[in-house]
Design a protein around this ligand. Sequence first.
Ligand code: DGJ
Length: 308
Amino acid sequence: MKNGTCWLDQDGKRIQAHGGCILFHKGIFYWYGEDKGTKTRDGRVDFLGFSCYSSRNLLEWKNEGRILSAVSKPGHELGPDRVGERPSVLWNPKTERFVLWFHLDSADYSYARLGVADSDSPTGPFRYLGSVRPGGMRESRDMTVFADEGGLAYLISSSDGNSTLLISELDHSYTGFTGREKSILCGQYREAPAVIKEGGRYYLLTSGCTGWDPNPMLCAEAESIWGRWRLTDNPCRGEGRRKTFGGQAACTFSQGGKWYVLLDHWNPDDLSDSGYSILPVNAGADGIDISWQDNFGGIDRQWNKKNG
Ligand code: DGJ
C-alpha cells in the first residue's frame, strides 16, 4: 500500500477510518476511525459516525460498517452538526466488553468532551453511554487510550485550551475514571497523543496544534505513567521529518514484537480523501525513531522476512 494515499477496502472503496485506532483481537486487526465520507465545507464535514474495518494482514480490509452512527435529532449530542474524532477502542478482559472513547465536540470545538460507548462485539453496534469531561470539568479534545500491563488503562487528552495533556486512569469497567489523574507537558500545546511502551519505558508521541496542517512530531518519555515526563526530541528521521512526513499520528500499535504508528495525511479540501501511512517504530537503548517508507507491506511479510 502506498503510504500517504487514501487506501481502498476490499470493495475498492476509500477507507473511511480517519483519526483512528487499530486493535488486535483474536487474530484479527480492527481499524476504527472517523467516517468522513461526505462533502467538506469550510474545512469540516458533518459528523456521520465511526466505522470499523477488519483484516488479517493489515493489507486487505473488509468494511464492517458503522459501530456508532450520528443521530439526526435536533440538538442531539451525536447530531451531524457535531464533531466526533479519534475513536479509540479497548478490549476489557474483565468485563469481556469493547469500550469506545472519542473526542466529542461542537463545530467550534468549545464543547470539548469525551463520548463513551460499549459493545460485546468488536464490530458493534456500540451502545452510547453518554459524554463526560475528565477531572470534573476539564476540557478534553484530541485523545488516545492505552491498555497497560496488569489490566490498567489510561485515557490521555489535550486539556486546558490544548495547553496541557491530561492522563486519566480508567476504572475497572474502562467506561469511567478512578479519579487518579496527572497533567503533563503543561504549557506545551500538544495534541494527537499516542503511546508506546518499550523496554519498560513509556513514550508519548504528540503533534503541535496547527489544525489539519502537518508540524513536527515530538516524543516525551517517562519511567512510569505517573512519573516525570520529559520532552525529548522529534523521533522522525530523514527527509520530511520536520513535518512528520506530511502526516499526524492517529495511533500506535504493536505486533510481532514491534511497534508501528498509523498516520493521517489530512486533505482539508476533501477530508474524505485524506491519506494514511503505517511506519515501523524502531526502539533502541537511546529511544525511538521513525523513518519514512514509500510503501507499507503488511505485518506478516515484514515479520516473516525478519524471522526467516
Ligand atoms: C488536529 C487534530 O489532531 C484533529 O483530530 C482535528 O481535531 C483537527 N486538528 C481539526 O482542525
